[in-house]
Design a protein around this ligand. Structure first.
Ligand code: 5GP
Ligand code: ZN
Length: 114
């Protein structure tokens, strides 16, 4: 997907502050952080949203959570607590149509989920 901003980050065509990557996923700092730690964990493969995730791809989510948990430790926010969020679709608040998980922490987050 050449017109997808996150695919371009995967391809190295748009710079990002990468915090982790392996064969399947890449994690980088959000360009507009909403908390002291705000990292996006995304599959390298273009999957538009959770709705488009196939059964064969579902294990990616577990892998993304493991990466997020490790990053939370690396960032020093694991003990204090953090939040993982996946927005899906327009009403779910998804703006970039490439599946991604937000890792948010480093301060007391809002009590209300939405
Ligand atoms: P969404 O609302 O789709 O769940 O979140 C998309 C997130 O991607 C937003 O928090 C936004 O700041 C972030 N974002 C959009 N474009 C870029 C970019 O080019 N680089 C980085 N690092 N983050 C981006
Ligand atoms: Zn993409």
């Amino acid at each position: 997907m050449t017109d997808c901003v996150f695919c371009q980050i995967v391809a190295g065509k748009i710079p990002s502050e990468t915090r982790y990557q392996d064969e399947d996923v890449i994690a980088f700092r959000d360009i507009n952080p909403l908390a002291p730690t705000h990292i996006l964990i995304i599959p390298k493969k273009h999957i538009p949203s959770l709705t488009h995730l196939t059964d064969a791809e579902a294990s990616l989510i577990g892998h993304m959570v493991r990466v997020a948990n490790q990053l939370a430790k690396d960032e020093g926010i694991a003990e204090g607590g953090y939040r993982l969020v996946i927005n899906s679709g327009e009403q779910g608040g998804q703006i970039v149509p490439h599946l991604h998980m937000h890792l948010l922490g480093g301060r007391r987050l809002a009590d209300r989920l939405c």
